[in-house]
Write a protein that binds this ligand. Structure first.
Ligand code: FAQ
Length: 311
């Protein structure tokens, strides 16, 4: 019966065994994974837009090729993740429809505009830095296909984070205008980066169950704290200020105290009312419709091959 199956399933995840696609799993576990993996995949795909607009405006050929490679990696991450979601019985076409019809979420962070080239560096440093903090524990998620996708993604995110930091180091060694533009980008991206980790304890309905299932390993607040502690020395080294007057080392806790993000802003952005939500979805919808003919041609070609009539 289901209760016994659930019991066995819980023992399996608690023994740190991986759950594989053909194994029995509770419906709610499957639904939670589809939700999280789909949101994650959509984030990677929508996440190509803020930086993508700077590819044609990059200041040198070197910066252009690095940025192009990074944005292509994000497309690849989206594809690994859609493939992982497909092992749970959904298909990518359906997930894409859910995204462009606004039925599924993607990370709040990609609804902010990129106003200068310094934003490219700050996204690499802070946004990829936050993504790494959140995703390294997901390499041990109980669902095998998701955990394995995460290992590869985290390696690439580390490169992304370093390219951002290196770009900012270069700009901080440049003119006054360049340094100011880095500080301005840090001021705009700091709080939204903290919000990426999700709502705080008490306002995060999924955490307890996802932790019991060993999908998540830490609460949103624990990972946010880890990110702050990791980032403060990097900011010092870079010579930028993090825009939080309450940020200070707390020797008793062995961690930094910091201010409270504006949670109302996070909820507004998640509900679709952030600065760029409409633009991001409109762009994605247009790109998808413009690709209709490619999908039709590929499907027709596959059918011809299957029937042996392809040249
Ligand atoms: N934005 O109960 P919880 C990247 C939603 S990194 C939007 O705490 P959970 C790399 C949440 O989904 C970014 N929605 O939920 C890159 C839930 O929605 P529901 C993507 C948010 O799942 C870098 C509700 O609020 N990374 O793309 C946000 O336990 C640079 C309640 O929240 C991932 O997706 C938010 N910030 O924890 C690409 C990592 N926070 O139930 C390009 C995998 C929460 O209504 C350039 N995901 N929500 O459907 C996770 O680790 C988790 O899903 C969390 C949320 C931590 C995001």
């Amino acid at each position: 019966d289901t209760a016994a199956l659930e019991q066995d399933f819980q023992s399996l995840v608690e023994s740190e065994s991986r759950v594989e696609p053909r194994d029995w799993m509770p419906d709610a576990y499957r639904a939670t994974l589809i939700r999280q993996i789909a949101q994650h995949a959509h984030s990677e795909i929508i996440g190509m837009q803020p930086e993508g607009v700077w590819i044609s405006k990059a200041p040198t050929l070197r910066r252009k090729s690095v940025l192009l490679a990074k944005v292509q990696d994000e497309a690849g991450h989206g594809l690994y993740l859609y493939a992982a979601a497909e092992t749970l019985g959904v298909d990518r076409a359906e997930l894409t429809e859910n995204l462009i019809e606004g039925r599924q979420k993607y990370s709040s962070i990609f609804n902010y505009p990129t106003l200068s080239f310094a934003d490219v560096g700050v996204i690499g440093w802070l946004v990829d830095g936050a993504a790494i903090c959140n995703q390294v524990p997901l390499c041990r998620a109980s669902y095998g296909p998701y955990a394995r996708a995460m290992i590869r993604i985290c390696k690439e995110e580390s490169f992304h984070q370093r390219q951002g930091y290196e770009l900012l180091m270069t700009m901080m060694g440049g003119s006054r205008m360049q340094r100011d533009s880095v500080q301005d980008a840090v001021n705009r991206w700091w709080w939204p980066s903290l919000m990426m980790f999700g709502p705080p304890e008490g306002a995060s309905p999924n955490t307890a169950r996802s932790m019991a299932w060993r999908i998540k390993r830490h609460t949103n607040d624990e990972l946010r704290q880890r990110f702050v502690d990791m980032t403060v020395p990097q900011a010092d080294r870079l010579g930028v200020e993090l825009p939080d007057p309450e940020l200070r080392w707390n020797a008793d806790r062995g961690a930094h105290d910091f201010g409270t993000p504006n949670w109302d802003e996070l909820y507004e952005v998640v509900r679709g009312r952030g600065p760029c939500n409409a633009e991001r979805i409109a762009h994605r919808r247009r790109a998808h419709r413009e690709g209709d003919w490619v999908r039709e041609a590929a499907t027709a070609h596959a059918a011809k091959r299957a029937s042996g009539t392809a040249k």
